[in-house]
Structures are given as C-alpha cells and as structure tokens.
Ligand binder design. Structure first.
Ligand code: ZN
Length: 356
C-alpha cells in the first residue's frame, strides 16, 4: 500500500516513545536469527516481496469466511519477520486473495472498508517492513472504483489486488472498464492473483493426484486472464494500466509466441487484432511478473520474454513454495548488477512509492 507520510511518522513516533520508556528495563536477549542483508556489488539493496499473503479476521467474519492458514494472521508478526530476515526480504507488499467476489453489495462494502483500514494498521505497526495492496469488491465495478479511489486518496495505498477472474467473469469483460479506468487514472499497481480455474473444477479434469487445481490451475487462470486482457483490447483501451501477474505470469511467457503465431495463422478467426503483437504486451510496461518460477533457467527465460524491468521478487509467504527467491535472482545468468537490483526491489520501490 504505502501508507502516507503522516501515518508513518506517527507510527515511528510511537515506537520511539516505547523505546525510551523501556530504557531502564534490562533488555531481553534477541534470539532471532540475524537479518540477511542483501548486497549487490558492495551496495546494500532494499529487497521487496510483492507476493505475500495475509488475512484480516474481522473482515473475513463479515461473510463467515474461514481463516485458511495460521501463517496468514498478522496479530503476531514475529514468525513472519523471522522468515523475512532469514530470506533477506526487507519489505513485504501484503495482499489478500479475494474471497468476497460472490458477497452481496452491503456485506462486500463493509468487508472492504474493515479490510483496507486494518491493512493500514498492519503496515503502520511496522512501516519499514510492510506495505499492502488495497482490496476492492470487483463484482460491483463502480463500487470497486470508489473503493480504490478512497484507498489511494484517503488511506495512502499505492496498489490494489485483484483475482484472475471475478465470480466466473473475465477481467477483460467491459463491465470492469470503470475499475480499470480508475486504476489507470490513479496510477496504482494492480497485483493479480489467481484463485484456481474454478469453472474447470466441476468437470473433474483437475481431480486425482498432483493437487492440479493449484499446481496448474492457478497458472492456467493467470494465463487465461492475461490472454483475454491482450486479445479483448483491455490493455489497448487503458495504456497506463500496470498489472503484476503472479507466478511468473503463469504459462503465458513460456509459450507467448503462439499468441503471435495465431494472428498470422488464423487472422480471420482471432477477432479484432490488438494494436501490437501479443508478445509486445509482455515487455512494453503494462505487465509485470513475479519471480515464482523456481529455477535460474526459468527466470532467465521469463526475463528474455519480458525484459528485466518487468520482474519483481515474489515469495508466496506463508505458503512455502520457495524460501530462496533472493538467491534465485542472484544466480540467474546474464543479468547486470543494475538489473538484479531492479528485480530485488528497485522496480517495486518505484511502483509502490517505497523509499530506498
Ligand atoms: Zn500466492
């Protein structure tokens, strides 16, 4: 989110006061593992994780949503901070997977208000370690546009999170244009996180071994969402939009050239052509991608398709998909120091207004 300066200042003042008041008490020994400080060519780099989950229990309670995993809670952040310290993550940009897209309007409005205000409190408690993406009830696009405007102008957020679809509707559906228009106008970074391919699940094709609803269901959802945003002209209509796709953009960057090829192979069957070759949208500044692709070779290829300026670190905390994203960036071949610094935190800092 980035909270605004005054909130940060008051939070810092509060921390300083507590520090002074406790000056006469013997300090308890700090048993936490040492914080890993990431250095590139002698320069300390602020690392930012754009893919980190949390939950706000009192917002979830509005519609009786379960709390999913204990690691999502923010009431005691000591375990989370220890994990960040061990992994060399300085700042997490918190997001909440949208579980409210089927909620009624009044409940959704109440839920989002509580949720965004509480996210501000989470961040104000540790302003040097947490920022957050605002939440919005996209099933009511005009309301969602108002929510993101309030979140940015009144609460100080710099980004907003969305799912890969909204209760079965594509993000490229024109009914969401008011929301995209507002995001473009406000210049917020949109973090897109899939919730599986729910519409495929009743078919049973993702049943069986392999947790396929997640393993391939999540990246498939992202692949479908991004492809529609390109081919339905959404990215053309809102050229200032900035969307960060989870899990390295799903499968799209791995096979992006097929999207160009179809425009040559079946030009009469693809519908109105987007203004650019589909692959151009991966690298022209509207789409960003996290690093959750697991190997240096996979990250090297992702960067070859998108450019290093479109990539930001993601860990998926508290879900233990990876704990070595800093090493992944450091070990990916062919990057300059400046490119590594940008991926580790420079790009996220610029987009989310985080001081470096
Ligand atoms: Zn995730």
């Amino acid at each position: 989110m980035p909270i605004d300066g005054s909130l940060m200042a008051s939070a810092m003042a509060g921390l300083a006061f507590v520090g002074c008041a406790m000056g006469s008490i013997a300090p308890t020994p700090d048993t936490r593992p040492k914080r890993r400080e990431v250095v590139v060519n002698g320069r300390r780099v602020k690392t930012i994780d754009v893919h980190a989950h949390c939950i706000v229990p009192k917002a979830a309670a509005v519609i009786g949503h379960p709390l999913e995993a204990p690691g999502l809670m923010m009431d005691d952040t000591s375990v989370r901070l220890a994990a960040m310290d061990a992994q060399g993550i300085d700042v997490e940009a918190l997001s909440i997977n949208p579980f409210w897209y089927r909620a009624e309007r009044d409940a959704a409005a109440e839920l989002i208000k509580i949720q965004n205000e509480t996210l501000v409190e989470f961040c104000a408690a540790s302003p040097d370690r947490f920022v957050a993406f605002a939440t919005a009830s996209l099933q009511y696009p005009e309301l969602a546009a108002e929510q993101v405007e309030y979140a940015v102008k009144k609460l100080g957020f710099k980004g907003v999170g969305v799912g890969g679809s909204v209760a079965g509707e594509e993000l490229a559906n024109p009914r969401f244009h008011p929301f995209w228009k507002k995001c473009e106008e406000l210049g917020v970074l949109v973090f897109m996180h899939p919730l599986g391919t729910r519409e495929l699940e009743p078919s049973g094709r993702l049943d069986g071994s392999g947790l396929l609803t997640n393993t391939i269901g999540n990246p498939l959802e992202t692949t479908i969402a991004l492809s529609h945003l390109i081919f339905e002209g959404t990215l053309d209509r809102f050229p200032g939009l900035k969307i960060c796709a989870s899990h390295g953009g799903g499968f799209l960057p791995s096979y992006a050239n097929r999207s160009d090829a179809v425009t040559r192979t079946f030009p009469n069957r693809v519908g109105p052509l987007p203004k650019k070759a589909p692959t151009a949208y991966l690298r022209d500044g509207q789409l960003f991608f996290d690093t959750i692709v697991f190997t240096p070779e996979a990250l090297r290829h992702l960067i070859a398709e998108t450019g290093s300026g479109q990539i930001m670190v993601g860990t998926d905390y508290p879900f233990p998909w990876t704990s070595t994203e800093v090493d992944l960036v450091m070990n990916t071949p062919g990057l300059t120091d400046d490119e590594r610094i940008a991926i580790l935190g420079g790009t996220a800092a610029r987009l989310l207004g985080i001081p470096t």
